[in-house]
Design a protein. Structure first.
Lengths: 379, 360, 303
């Protein structure tokens, strides 16, 4: 009885609070969506200020709002984990009037696809996914050939290193990352055949302590140029700066953090592809169009969303010229850093002589190329 | 309060209405209502300081968690793993055991469900396949919790600590499986298991986004309440939890009671993990439990170890989590701000609840 | 450099980031209160330390802020547990969620920014000892403070009068009360001070090691600290060893990989927790249980 009464008090308390709150609901919260405005939602997995992957997305979203002006209303949500929470967020965005949703983290893929199927009026785009099979009319994936600009960054690293030892800190042995490591080493070899790339994984997309430990461990091996495939890159850059070494960035142009030691890197510039997709949806040409599929930008087609970042002060002019020449060469149709022959560490052939690996090929890469020191966790 | 008095309250005659009114602890109600209102006000002020419009915060939150049917469906779906984790803490608590291992038990439930689902997915279709998958999840949860219980019963190691540590071990086991042996060959090398076949996934019901797992949760909430309050086992648990020495002297099998309470708790969390997997997730991925197990523990605490109240608290917490979406999208706040509200509510309970936290 | 020296060099700063909260947890538990809010106190310490450092430009003010933020988290936990007699485990989790939410919101604008971390100070002579010299004696100031803190806390607990009262409060509060002291006050102070040390652990992470802030950057190290205390059997030297072993487990994978050797990272990640469970079981079953007496109840009792 005592308990029942106390529970009643508690229930009453909550009911009162909810009633008060509900009363204040009426009159406010009216949605003002005029017919011509397209509401576009962007969902990010990390912080919008990570100087990395998510900040690049956030910058793209801002640019969309600025460039397309009053014809769109951009809404964003960040730090949405890769589980059913993203479905909840997509639903919340649709409830806010969103008709286009960009789900920008790899792990959102299945939720985004399922959401597109159950919400035929909403166009759902997934960043980084790759679908084999038929696309629903309102679903598309897009990405860039990341490994080509990463290879250019590798050239900068290979040209600057004095110890011929480069370090690459990655999170998980996924094929995208494997392709990046391979491209980085291949790029380095283009200017410095003796360059070796040492790899360390952190088992996390952003764990500052593990990143710092990885840098420290690599310093012990005499590495003097670092690169990485992590979501956030401040820690690595700061650690490299403290050690007085050089760094090649990824995801975002973070030259400002360490101008003297930043060689170059690759940085996402998403706004162009975002705007093209939004335009296609607004014009009604999305279904069946190039974005209603696996869309992959590349240097050779001139629309790679991942671009070579700015050069730092310590890249010599002749090296810069070599990198830009290589970039121009990659601009020819059908070319890629993965032009055979390319060999795995064990001597087996990764890409045969005379062949060029396609983006789809790289999605099944599972070996590190000759010149990379270290092994992937077994798979 | 004597028996006579309580009967009067239960059936207030006309003559006793005045006495009844006089007996309502107005001060206490004012304190409790005031405290929770203060909690909401503090949260609103904090949000306003962060740049939100104080007048629209609460409506936005309600809209994105409870008032809109599609949002409310998502709230209920999220409540499934949280609610079962809350039950997983509630049952052992009756026997005086602290199960902080809901997170790990959810994970092991999901792991077992994935393994079983992938194995039987093609061969045992329909309801039977779902049943086998779910039972595997329950068994895994029960075993995982059973380890802590066994260490407690036979070796005297505190189950609160071992169950907490085993959360981390469970997570590492799951990561090992999805990075190596169970990795989806079509997943671009990403850490995830192969997706379960559609035959053992839960379908939406009632034309909403919710699936049958929500009903199962509500049934188990009531069922567990009945088990605790109406069965001999439930009574024995309460006696053991109240005074283990006396229980033991009176011939109650305290060891097997402790073991069974913990394992039933683990089975419930395993069930939650399995239902969440075959309901909304469909494949094993690194972050699928988030911190649901810990939030469930807090929900159990807020619900005073009562199965029904614990599940209601789990739904409340899920609604709060969902409301973070609205706050982000329309108010431009950081979505994590809702953790502040969640913490504040439980803290308020700690602060205004009777000593030893007797009130809601 | 040899591999032992390298593992040491890489492991020590991380170990110290675990040792501070573990020592704090030890003080708290010696007084009879378990604090799962340690993770939250570390987050609060890391963010406030970083924010104050970047605002004022003075890293020592940052560390002071971290101490205060940690203490504030502890005060909340102490109020709930000591004054309101709330469930210790639940209250600790609440403090964690509060800190997680607040630091995530307030820290949003600090993501991606950097400060120069605390400088390494080589100790003349000692730092040139072969193998371990650089690893142990070319570190930042917070590392050295931790070296002193371990025997300091041991001495405090074992030989001083306040230390005796602290232990007695953990064992038999009634006796302390009879002796004319206030066990409630002792516990309140112990939890707050312990949590302040966890704040320093956060500062070591954000300011001593990495020089930046990122959301949820403690990645569960606060829970590791709680495990370390149990592993250590409530002994400061044990904490030092435990924190060090856990730190090595965290660091060894990086170092071994950098040498080009494959390693099963999941076993390594799970190892510290598994070892702690084993130690806990072995000691509970066969050893002298030197857990504070009130702690034994608190650990196995809900409300």
């Amino acid at each position: 009885m005592r308990k029942a009464k106390k529970f009643a008090i508690g229930a009453l308390a909550i009911a009162t609070v909810l009633t008060l709150a509900a009363c204040s609901t009426s009159g406010t919260g009216a949605k003002t969506a005029s017919a011509k405005v397209t509401t576009v939602g962007f969902i990010m997995v990390g912080s919008t200020q990570d100087a990395g992957y998510n900040e690049a997305v956030a910058d793209g979203a801002k640019a969309v709002q600025k460039d397309l002006g009053t014809s769109v209303k951009v809404i964003t949500a960040d730090q949405i984990p890769e589980n059913n929470s993203v479905t909840q967020t997509m639903q919340a965005m649709v409830n806010q009037g969103a008709s286009i949703i960009f789900a920008t983290s790899y792990g959102y893929f299945n939720y985004a696809l399922a959401f597109a199927k159950s919400h035929p009026k909403v166009t759902v785009l997934h960043q980084g996914g790759y679908l084999t099979g038929t696309f629903p009319k309102n679903f598309g994936t897009y990405w860039g050939q990341a490994y080509d600009p990463v290879g250019l960054g590798g050239m900068a690293a290979g040209g600057v290193t004095k110890s011929n030892k480069l370090g690459f800190i990655y999170a998980f042995p996924i094929s995208q990352t494997i392709a990046n490591i391979d491209a980085f080493e291949l790029g380095a070899q283009k200017v410095n055949p003796d360059a070796k790339t040492y790899v360390v994984n952190t088992s996390s997309w952003c764990d500052p302590l593990k990143q710092k430990q990885a840098v420290s461990a690599l310093l012990g091996q005499g590495i003097d140029v670092f690169s990485q495939h992590q979501d956030c890159q401040s820690t690595v850059i700061q650690a490299v700066k403290t050690a007085g070494k050089k760094v090649v960035g990824y995801h975002y142009d973070a030259k400002a953090l360490y101008p003297a030691g930043w060689l170059t890197g690759s940085a996402w510039n998403w706004s162009a592809i975002y705007e093209k997709i939004i335009g296609a949806v607004q014009k009604g040409t999305f279904a069946g169009g190039p974005y209603n599929a696996d869309w992959i930008g590349s240097i050779s087609t001139g629309d790679n969303p991942l671009q070579l970042a700015s050069f730092g002060t310590s890249v010599p002019a002749d090296l810069k010229a070599k990198i830009l020449t290589e970039k121009a060469a990659l601009g020819k149709p059908g070319s890629s850093i993965f032009t055979g022959p390319i060999y795995c560490q064990d001597g087996s052939v990764l890409v045969a002589a005379g062949k060029v690996a396609t983006y789809a090929d790289t999605n099944s890469f599972s070996c590190l190329v000759k010149g990379v020191v270290g092994t992937l966790p077994k798979s | 309060m004597t028996v006579e008095q309580s009967q009067k309250i239960a059936v207030p005659g006309v003559s006793s209405l005045r006495t009844f009114a006089a007996r309502i602890p107005w001060k206490r109600i004012a304190l409790v209502v005031g405290s929770y209102a203060a909690c909401v006000i503090v949260f609103t002020a904090f949000s306003a300081w962060q740049g939100a419009n104080p007048l629209t915060i609460i409506p936005t939150m309600l809209q994105s968690s409870l008032l809109d049917p599609s949002a409310f469906s998502q709230t209920l779906l999220r409540a499934v793993p949280v609610g079962f984790a809350a039950l997983a803490a509630a049952i052992p608590a009756r026997a005086g055991l602290v199960n902080v291992g809901g997170e790990g038990q959810l994970i092991m439930g999901a792991v077992a469900a994935t393994g079983t689902g992938l194995a039987v997915g093609g061969s045992i279709p329909g309801v039977l396949g779902i049943l086998v998958t779910v039972v595997a999840g329950m068994a895994a949860g029960a075993i995982w919790a059973g380890i802590s219980a066994a260490l407690k019963v036979w070796l005297g190691a505190a189950e609160s600590v071992t169950s907490l540590l085993m959360n981390f071990i469970a997570n590492d086991i799951m990561l090992f499986l999805i990075y190596e042996p169970w990795k989806d060959p079509n997943g671009s090398g990403q850490p995830q298991s192969r997706p379960l076949s559609d035959g053992i996934r839960l379908e939406p019901i009632f034309g909403l986004d919710i699936n049958v797992a929500v009903i199962v949760l509500l049934v188990f909430a009531v069922g567990m309440w009945l088990v605790i309050s109406k069965t001999g086992w439930g009574f024995a648990l309460r006696v053991t939890g109240g005074n283990p020495v006396a229980a033991s002297r009176n011939g109650l099998p305290t060891k097997s009671l402790a073991l069974s309470a913990m394992m039933v708790g683990g089975a419930l969390a395993g069930l939650g993990g399995a239902l969440n997997l075959i309901g909304v997730e469909g494949q094993l991925r690194p972050d699928i439990t988030e911190t649901f197990g810990y939030i469930g523990f807090l929900a159990c605490f807020l619900g005073r170890n009562d199965p029904i109240k614990a599940v209601i608290a789990a739904i409340l917490f899920s609604a709060i989590a969902l409301s973070g979406n609205g706050l982000q999208i329309t108010e431009g706040l950081d979505g994590s701000v809702v953790n502040v509200l969640l913490g504040a509510i439980v803290l308020t309970m700690l602060a205004v609840g009777r000593r030893q936290g007797e009130t809601l | 450099m040899n591999i032992v020296g390298e593992i040491l060099t890489t492991a020590i700063p991380g170990s110290v980031a675990i040792a501070y909260p573990a020592l704090g947890e030890l003080i708290s538990e010696r007084g009879g209160v378990i604090n799962l809010g340690t993770e939250g106190a570390m987050l609060a310490g890391a963010l406030s330390g970083f924010a104050v450092t970047i605002t004022t430009g003075n890293i020592w003010l940052g560390i002071l802020a971290a101490v205060l933020a940690g203490a504030a988290c502890g005060a909340v936990h102490a109020y709930a547990v000591v004054i309101r007699k709330a469930n210790q485990l639940a209250s600790g989790l609440v403090v964690w969620f509060l800190a997680l939410g607040i630091t995530s919101v307030l820290g949003a604008s600090y993501n991606g920014q950097v400060v120069t971390p605390l400088a390494s100070i080589p100790i003349p002579g000692l730092s040139s000892i072969p193998v371990i010299g650089q690893a142990l004696f070319n570190q930042n100031a917070l590392v050295y403070v931790a070296y002193i803190l371990v025997p300091g806390i041991w001495w405090f607990i074992s030989y001083t009068r306040p230390g005796l009262i602290l232990r007695a409060t953990g064992e038999r509060p009634a006796v302390v009360f009879a002796g004319g002291h206030n066990p409630t006050l002792v516990r309140y102070v112990a939890v707050t001070v312990g949590s302040a040390l966890a704040g320093v652990g956060g500062a070591e992470l954000a300011l001593g090691i990495v020089g930046n802030w990122s959301d949820d950057m403690t990645s569960g190290y606060g829970f590791v600290a709680v495990a370390v205390v149990i592993f250590a059997r409530w002994n400061p030297f044990g904490v030092a060893i435990g924190a060090y072993l856990f730190g090595v487990c965290l660091a060894v994978s990086s170092v071994v990989q950098a040498q080009g050797i494959a390693i099963n990272q999941y076993v390594l990640d799970a190892l510290p927790y598994a070892v702690t469970v084993v130690v806990l079981v072995v000691v509970s079953a066969f050893g002298r249980n030197n857990a504070p007496e009130s702690q034994r109840e608190a650990l196995s009792e809900i409300q």
